[in-house]
Design a protein. Sequence first.
Length: 247
Amino acid sequence: MIKLLKYDLKRNATLLLGGMAILLLCEFVLLWSRATDEVKIVLSVLFFGAVSVIYFISSLRVFDYNISTVSRRLVPVGALSYVGASLLYGLLNSLVLTVIGAAFTAYIVVNLGGGFSWAGQIPVWAIVLIVVEYLFLLVYGFLTFYMTIAMARSLVTKGVFWVGLLIFIVLTIVLSYVEDFLFGQDSSALFGSVDLQWSSQSGVLARELPGLLSAWQTWGSIVFEGLLCVAFLYVIKWCIEKKIEAR
């Protein structure tokens, strides 16, 4: 799996490094420009959004290449290794963008006169939960798209994009409905495991320490999505081994 990941990174090095270089250049030029703070924030979000879309599409193309190309299918590894390599590829790219985005956000906040004195009030366990849930959301999202691609590839040889789009729409609607019916929320509810609240009292900003939410809606939803990830892996494995013909 690691060898596959190295091949994928090497094969897409020009795209990844080029996109990163352009993003950093645009961000530095933007920060040093005389534009207003509002313009800087909007353009910064647009730059990161554009590069994120490019990297995300690259991650999907890597998975599609891994499961459908003859040269890659001849590599003596299990079906789940193709999934694992593609998933690590997507996670690494996402985490690099996240770190860069967090650094630029911190720089802008400090320049706007803000501060991070409140950060010391957040306990370590809350930070750990936020990071873990963020990683889980990335894994869940990538596996949802990977299963969509695998199912589309196993059904048709032409028009894969449109068939995949239809499968994704139907799958998203059905899963969101089931999750909302069972737990009163769907996968769009982010970071429900940690409660961050700020309230103004007597003109002073009072910060409440994050508290662990043990409600059924939150943890039930997380467990449900975890089980879905396992189901996605089984479906993807079956499609690769039984249905998808390498080209």
